[in-house]
Design a protein around this ligand. Structure first.
Ligand code: NAD
Length: 480
């Protein structure tokens, strides 16, 4: 196994106004594969937040009037600076998050692609009416000071997925990492210090009380939050007091409807990977498999055979697909879901379980064979490597079951008949729907959820507009 030396015993501070800003208190999180502590990071107080907001407000004055081409140029420089540090970031990401190194590399690939794409995306004025008397334009000025609140499962991409859109549209932004994964997010701020003007991009790190300090702060104009539904509701409630603009990217419980005409051997490796990737800790993985009854048994058996080949272990070991669960709180939640197997007498097609001998939070994949539709494994997002397989025979029934529940983040249909696939896809209530795929995302494609999976969208021009106000500009030509 690769041994990574951490040469820092204490990170120098928050990233405020392009300088390290130390805090009197510090904390650390741990490597979830080994339980070993990582280095100390800041614990921000209200005065740190006040300082960041003050500098962000000051910086907004000039950044909001900086040309698109200049902002674009700096985003490209920033992407190159991240690229120059990518190896260190990838290793740090494995250390703090637990994901396999190959997945950390693909997170960095996506990060660079996303930033470089945002740098080309200009939200242009739209001409709504133009005649000899008047021109009416819709213009999109930046909102002001934004705050990006980031979760622990995808801390690099979901950070730049907020920083890029905020900055290219002329806002300033303060990022708050998850207390479980502050390390890469602080490094991303540190890299930004030599690229952006002071106050434009800042990072404040801390404990559980830091999120509310930011959502309540009257000097922040918009919050973009990615995380759980429960916290998303608190964020919205808190933001309502100062009428902040809010974007919420929340949890999902994605269904995949598998029709009877698929080639099982071709799709099972992809589908099983899309269930267990990042140990199931991705908002938009397949979390419920609805399989046509004619192929159910063959599909289940092929899925079991493939799952037997999946390696669970430390992210630095070669060929690992399932790393540890990221933190003890999530580990307890996932263990509780596994405990339901015996309690509720579910049939397992493949039984996974906790690796008792390890100090890390390891739990191997499990496949539940046709549990009742109202069981927790079907109705809840487990956020771990455990999935239910379910049977269907009537298409409308499959659609109805796929659409049940409070979430609507992603959904997919798998069939050779593309017309049928599209017809089903158009009836699925989710922010992203795929025919013969799942979890495709792109920086130029809006991403968001229906129902309790979120409010608003990020990415794409529509997502960039969520970092802008709308200004209708009426210009009368012949008054004087
Ligand atoms: P979480 O809600 O516990 O935490 C998310 C962030 O919110 C963290 O930075 C946390 O410190 C902060 N936070 C906690 N309490 C807060 C409060 N009262 N006010 C403001 N901020 C607060 O979520 P998590 O456990 O880090 O992430 C897992 C969840 O996120 C899953 O449900 C997953 O589906 C969802 N998720 C959604 C998306 C998406 O884009 N839709 C992407 C990734 C993860």
């Amino acid at each position: 196994m690769a041994t990574i030396k951490i040469d820092t015993t204490k990170y120098p501070g928050n990233i405020i106004n392009n300088a390290f800003s130390p805090t009197s208190e510090t904390r650390h999180s741990i490597n979830p594969s080994t339980g070993e502590p990582l280095y100390e990071v800041p614990v921000s107080t209200k005065s740190d937040v006040d300082a960041a907001v003050k500098h962000a407000r000051a910086a907004f004055k000039s950044w909001s009037t900086t040309s698109f081409s200049e902002r674009s140029k700096l985003l490209i420089v920033y992407a190159s600076a991240i690229e120059a540090n990518r190896e260190e970031l990838e290793k740090l990401l494995v250390l703090e998050q637990g994901k396999p190194l190959t997945l950390a590399k693909s997170e960095l690939d996506m990060t660079l692609t996303w930033l470089r794409a945002f740098a080309t995306m200009e939200v242009k004025d739209e001409v709504l009416d133009s005649n000899s008397e008047r021109t009416v334009l819709q213009t999109f000025p930046p909102i002001g000071v934004c705050c990006g609140i980031v979760p622990w499962n995808w801390p690099v991409l979901l950070n730049v997925g907020k920083v890029g859109p905020a900055l290219i549209t002329g806002n300033t932004i303060i990022i708050k990492p998850s207390p479980f994964t502050p390390y890469c997010d602080l490094k991303l701020g540190e890299i930004g210090m030599s690229v952006f003007p002071p106050g434009v991009f800042q990072v404040v790190s801390g404990g559980d009380d830091l999120g509310p300090m930011l959502t309540e702060h009257p000097g922040i104009d918009k919050v973009s939050f990615t995380g759980s539904i429960a916290t998303g509701k608190k964020v919205m409630e808190s933001c309502a007091r100062t009428l902040k603009r809010v974007t919420l990217e929340l949890g999902g419980n994605d269904p995949a409807i598998i029709c009877e005409d698929v080639e099982i051997d071709k799709i099972v490796p992809k589908l099983a990977t899309l269930a267990f990737l990042n140990s199931g800790q991705i908002c938009m993985l397949v979390k419920r498999f609805y399989i046509h009854e004619k192929i159910y048994d063959r599909f289940r058996d092929a899925m079991v055979e493939f799952t037997k080949t999946i390696k669970t272990g430390d992210g630095f070991e070669p060929d690992v697909l399932v790393g540890p669960i990221q933190n003890s709180m999530q580990f307890e939640k996932v263990k509780d879901m596994y405990a339901e197997i015996d309690k509720c007498s579910w049939t397992t097609a493949f039984s996974g379980g906790v690796r008792e001998a390890s100090k890390g939070y390891f739990i191997t994949p499990a496949i539940i064979d046709n549990p009742p539709e109202d069981s927790r494994i079907v109705t809840e997002e487990p956020f771990g490597p455990i999935v239910p397989l379910l049977k269907w025979s009537d298409e409308n029934d499959a659609i109805e079951r796929a659409n049940s529940g409070e979430t609507g983040l992603g959904a997919s249909v798998w069939t050779k008949d593309l017309a049928r696939g599209e017809k089903i896809a158009r009836q699925l209530s989710a922010g992203s729907v795929w025919v013969n795929s799942h979890f495709d995302v792109a920086p130029n494609v809006p991403f968001g959820g229906h129902k309790w999976s979120g409010i608003g969208t990020e990415w794409g021009i529509a997502g960039l507009k969520s970092y802008c106000n709308s200004r209708s500009l009426w210009i009368w030509k012949n008054v004087m």
